[in-house]
Design a protein around this ligand. Structure first.
Ligand code: AMP
Length: 357
């Protein structure tokens, strides 16, 4: 395994808070980062050495960017696959473009999860209102209609309760290809976050129990409840299998429901994840550092817990104005992403408490 020495340059496609926290971790290990993002105001670029502000379909800019990097990674899963392929021609891309292809397409993702031994909700890919009607009859209602591509944080989703909901739901999603998913009656939600090194070694984090509000992650707590812990071994096996089948390098997140019969895979993210932010203080090596270690070909760091109980809460929208209150609590670790004006539903930062006793 050839490790990139400190001083090397890591390229990051995407300029949001995940890129920012990756860049901070990279700096801690002595690496430089080069951010590539289409937005001028990139919170990742603010903490990195180099920034290319260009579109994801600008082949010349992508080539110049890749040539300036020793390795390239990404911090969000909607990087166009074409863009990833251009990068791959000029620099190692870790994880590779296959992971993007699978994660960008819900039907493909569920199929891949099943082929890896996982259980998913019943689903059907639908491309017309008639197909939606047929799928609703087949799968049964209630069900959830999700755009096949580009959905996140509950966006691009409509719940169907009765057959009367079909026409309005199809209009709501703009008539684009969707998956109809059977409604999973679940007790809790959790994620399995693992890092896979260049040598194939896998380090898995303790799973947080995740609570969502309005489709957005509100808080993650480690350790999770017994209901989650009982399903963890099976969920970890599936996540590891998926990582191996993708020949994955870096941090991979698989989100699960605690189903009646066992873990039900909801979706995967080929990147560090909001439900792993607790690991910055709550684990010996954070998810960000382990992602950097993996893509640079370094040995992975320990994922052991630093405390008995760790809680992470997202700071959304106007909550960012409470920064002084958080800081008044000496046990609270405040992370703000430098996004400026709070906007409703916008992830502005997070706070973490590690309880050592
Ligand atoms: P997603 O964008 O797929 O992560 O969905 C956002 C949230 O909607 C999930 O975290 C669940 O709380 C809920 N949800 C999504 N899919 C289903 C499903 N098939 N059954 C029940 N709840 C779901």
């Amino acid at each position: 395994m050839t490790a990139l020495p400190p001083g090397s340059t890591i390229g990051i496609l995407g300029g949001g808070q995940l890129g920012r926290m990756l860049a901070v971790s990279a700096a801690g290990l002595g690496y430089n980062c080069h951010i590539y993002a289409p937005e001028e105001n990139s919170v990742a670029a603010e903490v990195a050495q180099h920034f290319t502000c260009a579109a994801y379909d600008d082949a010349a800019a992508l080539q110049a960017f890749a040539l300036s990097c020793d390795v390239v990674t990404y911090e969000f899963e909607n990087v166009p696959v074409e863009c990833a392929k251009i990068v791959t021609d000029h620099a190692p891309l870790r994880p590779g473009h296959k992971a993007l292809e699978v994660a960008q397409d819900r039907a493909e993702e569920k199929g891949f999860a099943r082929a890896s031994g996982g259980v998913t909700a019943d689903f059907a890919l639908v491309t017309s209102e008639d197909e939606l009607g047929a799928a609703a009859t087949e799968i049964g209602l209630p069900a959830i209609l999700k755009t096949n591509r580009f959905g996140y944080d509950g966006k691009g989703q409509v719940r169907l309760k009765s057959m009367e909901d079909i026409a309005p739901a199809w209009r709501d999603v703009g008539g684009q290809p969707c998956v109809l998913e059977g409604f999973v009656d679940f007790d809790a939600e959790f994620s399995v976050i693992l890092a896979r090194g260049l040598d194939g070694a896998i380090a898995t984090y303790d799973s947080a129990e995740n609570v969502h509000e309005n489709g957005i992650l509100a808080r993650s707590t480690v350790p999770a409840s017994d209901a989650v812990l009982r399903q963890l071994p099976a969920a970890r096996d599936i996540a590891a299998k998926i990582a191996e089948r993708l020949d994955y390098v870096g941090v991979l997140t698989c989100e699960f429901f605690v189903g009646r019969q066992g873990p039900v895979l909801n979706e995967m993210a080929p990147r560090v994840h909001n439900s792993g932010h607790w690991s910055i203080e709550g684990a010996v090596t954070s998810q960000f550092e382990n992602h950097i270690r993996a893509v640079c070909g370094l040995p992975l760091g320990s994922t052991a817990l630093t405390g008995q109980r760790t809680e992470m809460r997202n700071i959304i929208g106007e909550d960012a104005n409470d920064w002084a209150d958080y800081l008044a609590d000496p046990d609270c670790h405040l992370h703000l992403y430098g996004k400026g004006e709070p906007r409703e539903g916008r992830k502005m930062g997070h706070v973490t408490w590690v309880h050592v006793t």
